[in-house]
Design a protein around this ligand. Structure first.
Ligand code: SF4
Length: 153
């Protein structure tokens, strides 16, 4: 769970690299965008949809979730929240001045253009097999996502 640190930073600062933050620190921080969601709330339709999407997309692209499953859980949750709020799964790891405009533009809707073109996921949801943070999983259940989110500080 320690690797969740980066999401607390990237929710407010677009220039912060998740990978750099991971390398610099193992401290845990909460993800501000998630803090308003009650931990005992039932999983939403969007959370289920984004979990299914992530599992399928990882397999289709030959990428893997981070060895810390909390990373996948919190990114999936962020995508689901944006899907609910904006109608599109805008990347949750960036700062936007105008989220609605960004969602309409589509460049950062998951899978974003850098991921589709170069397999670059700065959220570390979809990692190349040789990435130092890549785990061996391409599958996470909705229940595990919900449990990991509920356990977050
Ligand atoms: S693929 Fe792109 S939009 Fe999706 S989580 Fe990764 S960086 Fe964000």
């Amino acid at each position: 769970m320690a690797a969740l640190f980066f999401l607390g930073l990237t929710a407010t600062a677009a220039h912060v690299s998740p990978r750099g933050a991971l390398l610099r620190s193992r401290r845990v921080r909460s993800f501000p965008a998630l803090s308003s969601v009650p931990s005992d709330a039932p999983p939403s339709k969007s959370l289920k949809a984004m979990t299914m999407f992530s599992n399928t997309y990882a397999k289709n692209t030959g990428t893997f979730f981070c060895s810390d499953p909390g990373i996948a859980a919190v990114v999936i949750k962020g995508l689901a929240e944006h899907k609910d709020q904006l109608g599109a799964p805008l990347c949750p790891c960036r700062h936007y001045d105008d989220k609605a405009a960004e969602a309409k533009d589509g460049f950062w809707n998951c899978p974003c253009t850098p991921m589709r073109e170069r397999h670059e996921c700065h959220c570390m949801l979809f990692l190349k097999p040789d990435d130092e943070f890549a785990g061996d999983r391409q599958d996470i259940s909705l229940e595990e996502v919900a449990q990991l989110i509920a356990a977050m500080p």
